[in-house]
Design a protein around this ligand. Structure first.
Ligand code: TYM
Length: 329
């Protein structure tokens, strides 16, 4: 059976971008693949979270993962730092990753631009740690959003480089999983690119109806179409992109028609969008708190997940170390 793996940083709450870009696809895959899903707490250290908040952030994301439908009996659900083999493989892969290629990564350049005061080398080698996450389970598929595609390409480069350098085939080259048209980018509500945790433009699975409605009603729009069948400006296209994710095709068609004949009222579009987002998120939100407060359940899930993940990771690490030339005395 082929292996699927994906992860999410333990920062903030899950938003619609995480859900539609990655999580919803994991949930669909867990019946048919050997699945590993984890919370990337080591990756979250690049932004230096306060020690008092660190564990709570992991717990929030874990509870939201479970509420969104990940079934710990069907997949290995674990915390990245519970699997030390990942960090060991990260060291080995770092020797094959070149400074220049890491500096050219779009996510690194973006982080440098946004936070010039905290350009740590963990940020520089962020894609190498991600490659270690993936390769340590010899994953075949990685369901991620469009923003992670370059990291996946780096993972393939490192897998190939390792196999060539040590004349072995320890690592398969992982592919992004194509649902429909392939990896997607869920836009934010501010008209500025993708929905993100740090951008303040997101709708969270944890948001209540009132908050969702308020956020959607405040989304940036323009003064409306002036000619029939005209092209939509980005801010309006973004609202339609969200509508296509959460609403029935007939609803999307209705508003497309209204756009095309210039009779669209953005207030109606937003009201419908907010309602349909609530329909998707409400059943998830209702489960989050009870899962968050069930310490015994979370303990069981993460211990079993850790054991499954460590069994798989240690087998791969042994192969990798043998290929590199490590021998016991
Ligand atoms: P993170 O935590 O930023 O995002 C988790 C997942 O959500 C997807 N995503 C989106 N997809 C579409 N539209 C958006 N607006 C959007 N925002 C986020 C991301 O593509 C991702 O799939 N580095 C990773 C975590 C990670 C990982 C891994 C993922 C660490 N190791 C190994 C896969 C495999 C990250 O920061 O994702």
């Amino acid at each position: 059976m082929e292996t699927v793996l994906s992860g999410i940083r333990s920062t903030g709450h899950l938003h619609l971008g995480n859900y539609y870009g990655a999580l919803r696809n994991f949930v669909k895959m867990q019946n048919d693949y050997n699945c590993f899903f984890f919370i990337a707490d080591l990756h979250s250290l690049t932004t230096h979270p306060h020690p008092d908040d660190f564990h709570a952030s992991v717990k929030i994301i874990l509870s939201e993962y479970l509420a969104a439908g990940l079934d710990p009996d069907k997949c290995a659900l674990f915390i990245q730092s519970d699997v030390p083999e990942v960090s060991e493989l990260y060291v080995l892969l770092n020797m094959l990753a070149y400074k220049g290629e890491m500096e050219r990564t779009a996510s690194f350049k973006e982080k440098v631009r946004l936070n010039p005061e905290n350009v740590n080398t963990g940020l520089l080698t962020y894609p190498v740690l991600m490659a270690a996450d993936i390769l340590v389970h010899r994953a075949n598929y990685v369901p991620v959003g469009k923003d992670q595609e370059q990291h996946l390409e780096i993972t393939r480069v490192l897998a190939r480089r390792f196999n060539n350098m040590y004349n072995c085939d320890v690592f398969p080259e992982p592919q992004s999983f194509k649902f429909g048209s392939g990896p997607i980018k869920v836009p934010g509500l501010d008209g500025n690119g993708k929905m993100g945790k740090s951008e303040g433009n997101g709708i969270y699975l944890y948001d209540d109806e009132k908050t969702i409605t308020k956020k959607v009603m405040r989304a940036v729009t323009d003064s409306g179409p002036t000619e029939p069948n005209s092209e939509k400006p980005v801010v309006i296209e973004n609202l339609f992109t969200l509508l296509k994710l959460v609403s029935e095709p007939s609803t999307v068609d209705y508003f497309e028609e209204k756009w095309n004949d210039c009779s669209i009222r953005y207030g109606d579009l937003k009201k419908q969008l907010a309602e349909d987002i609530c329909k998707v998120t409400l059943p998830i939100r209702e489960k989050i708190d009870s899962i968050y407060n069930d310490e015994a359940f979370l303990h069981r899930v993460t211990s079993e997940g850790r054991d499954k993940a460590r069994a798989s990771a240690s087998a791969t690490l042994a192969l990798a170390k043998k290929a590199v030339g490590f021998r016991a005395f």
